[in-house]
Design a protein around this ligand. Sequence first.
Ligand SMILES: [Zn+2]
Ligand SMILES: [Zn+2]
Ligand SMILES: [Zn+2]
Ligand SMILES: [Zn+2]
Ligand SMILES: [Zn+2]
Ligand SMILES: [Zn+2]
Length: 474
Amino acid sequence: MSSENAEGDTSLNTDESDSDDYYNYDDVDEDVVFQDESERDPEYFEYCLITQEDAENMMDCFVDETAKKLKESRSVSRILLTLHHWDVDGILQRYNNDQRAFLTEARLMPEKSIPSLKPANECEVCFQYIQTPMQFVMQCGHTFCNNCWLGHVRVQLENGRALGIECMKCNTLVGSDNLLSLKLGSEDLKRFKFFLLNDQIKTHPLFQWCPGADCSAIVKAESCKAKRTVCSKCKTTFCFQCGLDYHAPADCIVIKKWVTKCQDDSETANYIQANTKDCPKCMICIEKNGGCNHMQCYKCKHEFCWMCLRNWTEHNREYYECSIYKENPQVANENSGLKAREALKKYLFYYERWYNHGASLRLETETRRKIDQKIHEKVNNNIGTWIDWQYLLDAAALLAKCRYTIKYTYPFAYYMEDGRKELFEYQQAQLEREIENLSWKLEREELYKRGDFENQMDIAEKRRRTLLKDFLIN
Ligand SMILES: [Zn+2]
Ligand SMILES: [Zn+2]
Ligand SMILES: [Zn+2]
Ligand SMILES: [Zn+2]
Ligand SMILES: [Zn+2]
Ligand SMILES: [Zn+2]
């Protein structure tokens, strides 16, 4: 973009440097007929929200089916299912292979049978004679009166335990249906059922609690994948597989490693979080109050990149390298002190970009709010209708989506092995460039036409999808 004329001249709205590339790009995919939505949208994921009652019924169904196959009680089947992540075939195989060892390992049977020292009808806790018939018999042979059981369960519920409740004398598990046969008070019963459901959902690969604060929605999916899931109840967006913030193209393991690393190194990274830098030309201090990283000095009008401080025009015209970390090829032969310094440099490079895109995401929320306000004013003054200006809000929403993805490309790139790194960095750079172009235009929306935004949105989203299509696992 030509810096001298950018302001006020709406005809200068296409990046000459980019137009060839743009049209070539546009031809890709055009004639392909997609089989289904998942081929068109790499983030497509099928799931639905279900109630706790639905979830309970579905779990009970699985348990019943498994109990029939194993010819075991529902108590035993439920414990085996949660222990082995609801892999029925695996359970059947191991059960048929060595039933005793399998049940012992699951703490459903004691390792050695315990010789009974007491008469069978005496409670081993309060030593009272058990008058009413016992509700169930423990595999380990220990006997307790119903009152002692009730007291025990109440204490265990304080610790959030349901399926994990053990015998009072050994570590044999009691089992849900045994415990349900006790006459629990209505509060205890409610809590027990909740913890029981929680134990099951947490171990079942196709169910996930919504991680939203105070949201108790349950999501049920057709497959367990690290895909974007949006709770229709509280609008929280999360990764179905790990329940953390959605993190494509990074996978669940990478993002966990990255977040832990960032927490451990928070002191080192702190100095990056400044929102002022000096203009590289006139040295005046500039505060960053917009999301766009294409900066223009308010004093000398010099345009530069916030991230690397290079001149923006050459930065954007030539191969965009701002996002690519260049490792020092000599480092392998250097001493350990230098190696450590290089490693820190590399981490800070990725961290700064990760942090900065997060900051931009927050600042662009403010841009979006301002645009919304401007549209309000325009509509009130009879300058167009909401429908006429909707494209600006669409552009802001798309920018947020793209910014979010580019943020998560940095931890992905940090841990990436060499093999496909070059292609990834190329696509990442392409996407980042279009994001900054879109952000620049949105911060100056009065200079651009609807068509400019539509083209810019189109190309940004295509780049985002291309990157995800090539690098999103499963
Ligand atoms: Zn007792
Ligand atoms: Zn026992
Ligand atoms: Zn929710
Ligand atoms: Zn995940
Ligand atoms: Zn300046
Ligand atoms: Zn840069």
